[in-house]
Design a protein around this ligand. Sequence first.
Ligand code: NAI
Ligand code: MG
Length: 354
Amino acid sequence: MSPTTHRIAVIAGDGIGREVTPPALAAAAAAVRPQGIGFEFVEFPWGCDHYLKTGRMMDADGLDQLRHFDAIYLGAIGAPAVPDHVSIWELILPIRQRFDQYVNLRPMRLLPGVTGPLAGRGPADIDMICVRENSEGEYAGAGRIDHPGTPDERAEQTGVFTRRGIERIVRYAFELAARRPRRLLASATKSNALQYSMVLWDEVVAGLQPEYPAVTVQKYHVDALAARMVTNPGSLDVIVGSNLFGDILTDLGAAISGSLGLAPGANINPERRFPSMFEPIHGSAPDIAGKGIANPIGAIWAAALMLDHLGHGEASQRIVRAIEGVLAGGRVRTPDLGGTAKTADMTGAILGRL
Ligand code: NAI
Ligand code: MG
């Protein structure tokens, strides 16, 4: 194998994950081919079907199998026959946590040619990126249920926030903001009601601020920030938030960008001690799975984020420009964008531009 071949673990998963993953891999391969770079894609049949057959979402030593890949590409996980907390907790969250992918990076842009749901807003108004904490917080998995099935049943779900965990994600966000033209950072908090975790969060943000004098940082309570994303999205650039806050704000961000099917995500281990994982932010979409109409753009854009992480920034940009070109052309639109194109049509149009 030449030194310019990247080994990628591929978990296409369930539902439309299987339909949008091949387009994403094809775009990644096409974008780097001119530079003589190749991919070895190794597929893992993990997900809900695997669970229904074997009782496991992935092999018992699955994380060890993934450990030495250059990156992981994930389609989507989830099926009606498997409880969502099982599918998420036995596959996606273990990968994010074991591989210390503590940055979840999610660009949110209204691309030219796409009609978003916000009246009077265009591409210049919606161009943000969320840096979501991805390793602790509300999704730390801490908690308990007492007296199950009785009238006294009581559930406790504990958020776990560490100074180290907050500091590393907020620092990443400051550095990203410093590299963007507007140099704006919005910190999502809720320190009025969450008097331990979010007070610590605010303290860490304030403590780092002097190290980044070029960045203007503003804290917003998360509810007000959600409203601001709708009423004044142009005032937002980089957003940093906890695991839960970032999860919710990025679905909102995808919605105001025109479709959940457009939005990409990267789960990054910045120190590169472990592989990072790239995925569209949408789920397995059982309502449209099998029809061949899923929008592949979120998945293809996620492949572009993967190329960037692997050091191919120019090829990554070429994929983003191909997506922009097809959307701006306005001819090829999948049903989520109000058209009748199939996944294959959209994929063909993007690959044609590569
Ligand atoms: P979802 O993202 O799968 O679908 C929400 C809505 O958006 C549906 O109406 C769907 O048709 C539409 N949609 C999503 N992606 C689309 C695309 N590429 N093109 C066109 N339309 C698209 O979220 P939902 O319905 O809440 O969850 C379905 C399953 O996916 C559940 O089992 C859930 O746990 C799982 N899920 C998995 C995720 C992952 O693998 N990272 C993330 C979110 C949900
Ligand atoms: Mg989500």
